[in-house]
Each structure stands twice: as structure tokens, then as C-alpha cells.
Design a protein around this ligand. Structure first.
Ligand SMILES: Nc1ncnc2c1ncn2[C@@H]1O[C@H](COP(=O)(O)OP(=O)(O)OP(=O)(O)O)[C@@H](O)[C@H]1O
Ligand SMILES: [Mg+2]
Length: 280
């Protein structure tokens, strides 16, 4: 549902059951510790509530899911800003859109503002841009707002690609926290299979979860879900029920994205070392 015509902001339906997210134990702990810090009591106690986080991670690893988890854990409404919708063809219009989106967000405070794939909108702000400095100015407007806004708006930005991000955004202290959402470990993959089997009305106990978790090394949570869905289709077409073998075949038939971009994934991991909190 869009907030208004022209739709710069999208209202996202939460809550999401936190049990539907496999792994992310550090993130869940972080959220839990901070869930009461927006209260007047916390303020009187001297606590300054967090203002923003950045979720960095490979595609399909669950960043969007994490944004929804925050809104759920803190019981606040969630607004999604897709920065690509801000760009307009008339001069000056794009910046006006951004200011308007931020103004509308503040009007809904306390609220969580999810800026999805932040690097896509401001990518050219990282380099010499070909758009006459527009994305640079947009980025400047956003940065200023991030630093100075007074209303209780908690910002969750997500990004896949640090190389496309302007360095100012990654400076230490710019975000209260940068979380790195890595590919799931074997133990977490097991959990993710169980979650998605349960979602489709299957009892995970009837599956060899260990075999599935082993066979899905380097797969993202999203790719695990896709394998379950593909296997479900195959089983239905063949008039059998879903079984471990069908899912293993689906995994085999669809190699993970991280295999084709191994270098990029490891560069991201390396960068995250020491700079980010591992969401896992
Ligand atoms: N840890 C997880 N536990 C359960 N399901 C997961 C997990 N990670 C991903 N999924 C499944 O994969 C889907 C896609 O994940 P999500 O959209 O959160 O990834 P993303 O990191 O935002 O990817 P993108 O970079 O493509 O935006 C989720 O809706 C969920 O069904
Ligand atoms: Mg996403």
C-alpha cells in the first residue's frame, strides 16, 4: 500500500514472526536489548536511542527480512523507501521528492524508515557522476537529514555492494551499527529449511535436514527457499509428495549465485571484518 499518490513510500505490513528468521542471533540480541530504549524512562536514565543501522550483505541473505524484524521487535510501523522511485525527469523534481518522502516519514514518527538498496540510488555519488551531480546532491540531502533529524525515525538502510557506496556513508560512527548479513552456516541452513518446509505445511522431522544443510553450502536463505519451492512444483507434477531427494535435486539443478561471484563475496566479508557486527 502506498502512502499517497505517486507513491514514494510504501507501508510494509508487519509483524513478522521472528521465528521465521533462521539464524541472526546477534541481530536478535541487539534488537532485544534495545527494545525499551525509546521510552521516556530510558531517556531519563540517560540513554540516547539508536538512530540508524546499515545492513550489508550478499543478495538474498535476509537483509530485507532483518528490516522487517526490527519493526516487529520494536513494534513500530515500517515505511519502505525505494530510492529509485525518487528520480524524476524534471530538473529539481527528484530532490523535491526526497525531501517530501522524508517529510512524510517524520509526520508518521515514531516510525522505522527502511531505505532499501541504498547504493542503487546514490551509486553515482560515489564516483564522478554522469547525471550533472544530481545523485551527489540527493545524497547530500539524505546525509544531512540522517545527521540532523529530530523526530524519532529509526533508519534501516540495506546494501549489497560497498564499492558503490559513497565512503562518507561507511565512515565509522556514521551509522550506529553496521550489520553484516553473511551466507548462512550449516546449522542455520538447517533452520532455514525447517522454516520453509513448515511454511508449506510439511513436517521438517520427515526430512533429512542434515543432508539438506550439507548440500546447500554457499546457498543464501533465499536460494534455499527457492529450492524448496521448485521441489514442491516438481513433486506435484510427478504426483508424489515432497521428499528430501526432490529438494536435493532442486539444489543441484540450481547452483548458488555466490559460486559465480565468489571473489565479490569474499571481498565483502573481508571488508566486514572488524567494521561490522556479524548478524549471525
Ligand atoms: N535467515 C533466513 N531465514 C529464513 N528465510 C530466509 C532467510 N534469509 C532469506 N530467507 C528467505 O529468502 C527471502 C529473501 O530474503 P531477503 O529479501 O530478506 O534477502 P535480501 O538480503 O534482502 O536480498 P536482496 O539483496 O535480493 O534484497 C526471504 O523472504 C525469506 O523467505
Ligand atoms: Mg532485499
Amino acid at each position: 500500500r502506498m502512502i499517497q499518490q505517486g507513491g514514494l513510500l510504501e507501508y510494509i505490513q508487519t509483524p513478522l514472526d521472528l521465528d521465521e528468521i533462521g539464524g541472526m542471533s546477534n541481530l536478535k540480541k541487539w534488537l532485544n536489548h534495545r527494545k525499551d530504549v525509546f521510552s521516556p524512562e530510558a531517556k531519563a536514565f540517560g540513554i540516547v536511542p539508536p538512530k540508524d543501522v546499515l545492513m550489508l550483505g550478499v543478495q538474498g541473505a535476509g537483509k530485507s527480512l532483518c528490516a522487517k524484524a526490527i519493526a516487529t521487535a520494536w513494534q513500530q510501523p515500517l515505511l519502505r523507501l525505494d530510492p529509485s522511485t525518487l528520480y524524476a525527469s524534471y530538473i529539481g523534481e527528484s530532490e523535491k521528492n526526497l525531501r517530501e518522502a522524508l517529510r512524510q516519514t517524520e509526520m508518521m514518527a515514531p516510525v522505522i524508515l527502511w531505505i532499501d538498496e541504498i547504493e542503487k540510488a546514490f551509486a553515482s555519488a560515489a564516483s564522478r557522476s554522469a547525471d550533472g551531480g544530481l545523485s551527489q546532491r540527493m545524497f547530500g540531502t539524505l546525509l544531512t537529514w540522517l545527521q540532523e533529524h529530530q523526530m524519532p525515525v529509526f533508519v534501516v538502510a540495506t546494501a549489497n555492494d560497498i564499492e558503490a557506496l559513497p565512503p562518507e556513508l561507511l565512515r565509522k560512527g556514521r551509522f550506529d551499527e553496521i550489520f553484516f548479513v553473511d551466507l548462512p552456516t550449516q546449522e542455520v541452513r538447517r533452520e532455514i529449511f525447517a522454516i520453509h518446509l513448515r511454511k508449506r505445511g510439511r513436517d521438517p522431522v520427515r526430512f533429512d535436514l542434515d543432508a539438506l544443510a550439507r548440500a546447500s553450502q554457499d546457498y543464501s536463505g533465499s536460494e534455499i527457499e527457492q529450492a524448496v519451492i521448485a521441489a514442491l512444483h516438481n513433486a506435484y507434477a510427478e504426483k508424489t509428495d515432497l521428499g528430501t531427494e526432490t529438494i536435493l535435486a532442486a539444489l543441484q539443478g540450481s547452483p548458488p549465485l555466490s559460486a559465480t561471484m565468489a571473489e565479490k563475496v569474499s571481498a565483502l566479508r573481508q571488508w566486514a571484518q572488524g567494521r561490522c557486527v556479524i548478524a549471525e
